[in-house]
Every structure is written in C-alpha cells, then in structure tokens.
Design a protein around this ligand. Structure first.
Ligand SMILES: Cc1ncc(COP(=O)(O)O)c(C=O)c1O
Length: 451
C-alpha cells in the first residue's frame, strides 16, 4: 500500500479518516487534488460545510443533483425509516411496494403516454438501458436492421460504453477503444458567433436538426434505431436548444420511424422550471432518461421512462418468459425508492419546479452581471442553470476555470462546477433571490481574483 507518513498527517489534519492515497478520485486531477484537497464533511439546505465547519454556498446542487437542497429532514427520515424496515429485496422476479409507487409517481410527472418506468442506479446505466431498449424494441417488432444510434457533438451521456459512444466529448472517448459500432453524431447546437450572451433559448440554430436528414439519406432510415440528445446540454457548458430545434428533431424522427430519446439526467426534476424539459419545449420524446434529481442526490438512482407502446411491444410470448433481458441488482433499491418518494413530495409541497421558473429571470439577470469581467467570452442561461465561458491562457486550456473553482471554494465560499474552460452554475431549487445574488457576486470575485 502506497502511503506516506506525510500523506497520513495531511489527511488527519483535514479530518479525513485515513490517508489520501488509496482513493482514485473520479473525473479529477488526482495529484493536484491530493496536494490540496477540497473536502466536504456535511451539508444542510443551500450550504456545504468543510471538516473545519466552514460554510460554502452550493452554486451547483452538488453535481446538478440536489434540487431539493441538502439533507432535507423528510428525505433523511424516509431513508432512515426504510433502512430499518427493508434493506433489500431481490430486484428480479420479486419487488417491493415502493418501487411501484415511485414508478407511478414518476409516470404521472412525465408527459403524454410516457407511462412505464425502468429503474437503474445512475444516469450512465439509465442511458445504456434506454439505448438497449431502443435496439430491442425494433428487434421485437421485426425491424432488427435498425441498429444505428445517433448522438450529438458536445453531448454527455455518462460513462458507459453506450453513453460515451453516443456522447460527443473527445476526452471521454479517445482512450477507450473502438466504442460501439454504428454511431453517428449530429452537430453541436452552439455557435458563439450567433448566440453569445443569450438568456434562454437562442434564435439561431434550429436548422442544425436538419443534419438528421443527411444521416438518414446516408444510411437509410431502416438502419437507424434512435436519436439521443440532452434537451439542454449541461456538462459541456449549459447549451440551451435553439428555438424550434427539438420540434424539428421530433418531426424528422417521426417521418422515419426513429425513436427520440431525451437524456434529462440534468434537466429532469425542475432544473428548467418544469418536471421535465419535454414539457418546457412541448416536445414528447419516446423515452426520457433521468437520475440525479429523482432523489435529490441522496441515494443513487436513475431510470428510463418509456411510452406505453414501447413497453407493450415487448409484452408478447409465453407469460413465464422474461420480456427484456436487462436489469441491475439494485434496480429500484428500497432506500432509493423511499428517498425518491420523499423527494417528489418535497418538490410538490414546496412547488419547487414553479419556483425555478419564477426565479429564471432573476437568475439570468444576475449571471449576465458578470458579462464585462476580464476573460469572460460568453454567458448562457436557461432555467436555473448558467454557463460562463472563459478565455484560456496560452497553452493551458482549463487552468483558469480550475483555479477559479478552487479559489471560489477555498477562499470565497461558493461551490461552482468546472468543465474545460467553462464555469457552470445550477443551485438547488430552494435558492433564494438573495442567495442568487450572493452566488454570482462570489463567482465574480473569484474570476477577478484569479485574473
Ligand atoms: C445528461 C447526462 N446523462 C448522463 C449522466 C451520467 O450520470 P451518472 O454520472 O449518474 O452516471 C450525466 C451526468 O452528469 C448527465 O449530465
């Protein structure tokens, strides 16, 4: 075991239980982190607290997930009670009551006939599940030639092999071999030239959906299973869809019998002021992928909501035979279901989706106040999400944003998300107007301090 006494001392002085060497921190520069770790020991409502009990305002809802705020009492109570009542029930061939209850509640929030819910444990699993359902759906209907999957440049769909194949982030793909065969990508919807400093959905860019027709012409519709997009691309810097873009995608998919999957892992559960972005845009996909906000980040959970007709297509053959050979040991885990039910109650009781919608103009206005700071190239906002693009230092892409995130956490007391040279803000939906002001004032201070 590679431990150093120096490492152990550092860890102890930080209140960490052990040395810092063993844990391989995901999506993190490990050497820099272990040299100067950013540790979080507890949380409540809008704040994180370091091991030294220094408060840090959460400008990112953790990783876009704690939409109801942190450690909310009803969620904590539900998880505690569930842990005492039922730790685990087999997920295959058996079930527990709360899995049905939560599925019904999720279906009730989804638009149109998106009525059947398959549970997983993360967004990545949910994406791979949706892609597999799409392929299997065409197969059981006798259209097995529909195997091609279409993603989009700058899309993020988690880290499974399916997700990175349809995803469009080069660093997430380039080290991992040939990926899935038969994947094409639509162009990204972002253009700084045409869209810079837009609040909400940009006017320019709906025509980019027409590229799907080019892909259909190239491969023939009979080979294409599904298109998957984030209605608003979150992880590559908050890229709202151009006005009319999603409608166009829907129409082209309809024309060619292609399934449309919305990855709403970030946009689901209120981020854009509605239960799902599908509702905000009035576009009904064939499947919605969700995770994160379903339990407000408290217990891992993800899932896929499918249209009734897709589920029905599988319900043939002898009744004792499994219809879809897919599932996870922890699908619909009792703790996750209990947390999910308590979270959905909170969203409803506190009207948090409508709250996000009402705060959208305040949030957008506060974000745009940073427009004239040095090195700010663009700011985009939609719902309670904002992306701030920064100019890179020569030869050091991402360093400026990284330093701002670090400074903001350590010295200024606000947690921001960083992705490449973009800062992303997406606070819990319980954020107050004053806290919105505080978040952007602090981010502005961090930008100026780092320079
Ligand atoms: C749109 C989208 N899809 C999928 C994922 C993957 O989710 P997870 O990290 O839970 O696997 C994410 C995570 O940020 C996401 O933003």
């Amino acid at each position: 075991m590679a431990t150093t006494s120096q490492g152990q001392n550092t860890a102890r002085s930080l209140g960490a239980p052990n040395d810092l060497e063993s844990f391989w921190v995901p999506f993190t520069p490990n050497r820099a982190f272990k040299h100067a770790p950013r540790l979080i020991a507890r949380a409540k409502d809008m704040h994180y607290y370091t091991p030294q009990d220094r408060a840090v305002l959460d400008g990112a809802a953790g990783l876009w997930c704690t939409n109801a705020g942190h450690n909310r009492d009803p969620i904590v109570a539900a998880i505690t009670a569930q842990a005492a009542a039922l730790d685990y029930a087999p997920a295959f061939q058996f079930a527990h009551p709360k899995s049905f209850e939560l599925a019904s509640r999720v279906a009730a929030l989804a638009p149109a006939d998106l009525d059947r819910v398959f549970f997983c444990n993360s967004g990545s699993e949910a994406v791979d599940t949706a892609l597999k359902i799409a392929l299997a759906f065409h197969n059981v209907r006798g259209e097995a030639s529909r195997t091609r999957l279409i993603g989009r440049e700058r899309g993020y769909h988690g880290v499974g092999f399916g997700g990175i194949s349809v995803g469009g982030i080069v660093n997430n793909r380039k080290h991992f071999g040939a990926l899935l065969a038969g994947v094409d990508h639509l162009p990204a919807t972002y253009s700084r030239e045409h869209q810079a400093f837009t609040k909400g959905e940009p006017e320019w860019g709906a025509h980019l959906a027409d590229d799907l027709e080019r892909i259909v012409a190239l491969h023939d519709a009979s080979t294409i299973a599904a298109v998957i997009v984030e209605p608003m691309a979150g992880s590559t810097g908050v890229l709202p869809p151009p006005k009319g873009y999603l409608e166009k995608l829907r129409a082209i998919c309809d024309r060619h019998g292609i399934l449309l999957i919305f990855d709403e892992v970030i946009t689901g559960f209120g981020r854009l002021g509605h239960a799902f972005a599908a509702e905000r845009y009035g576009v009904t996909p064939d499947m919605i992928v969700f995770a994160k906000g379903i339990t407000s980040g408290s217990v891992p959970m993800g899932g896929v909501i499918v249209r009734e007709g897709i589920y029905d297509a599988f319900m043939h053959g002898p009744e004792h035979v499994i219809e879809l050979f897919h599932g996870y040991t922890y699908s619909a885990h009792p703790l996750a279901c209990a947390a999910g039910l308590a979270t959905l109650d909170l969203y409803r009781e506190e009207n948090l989706f409508a709250r996000a919608k009402a705060l959208e103009p305040v949030f957008a206005e506060a974000a745009m106040m940073l427009k004239s700071l040095p090195g700010v190239l663009d700011i985009r906002t939609v719902g309670l999400a904002a992306g701030i693009d920064l100019a890179s230092r020569p030869g050091a892409f991402g360093k400026r944003a990284y330093e701002i995130m670090d400074r903001a956490f350590n010295d200024i007391g606000v947690l921001v998300r960083v992705s490449g040279e973009t800062l992303a803000l997406s606070p819990p939906l319980i954020v107050s107007e004053a806290q919105i002001g505080e978040i952007f004032e602090k981010v502005g201070r961090a930008i100026k301090a780092v320079g």
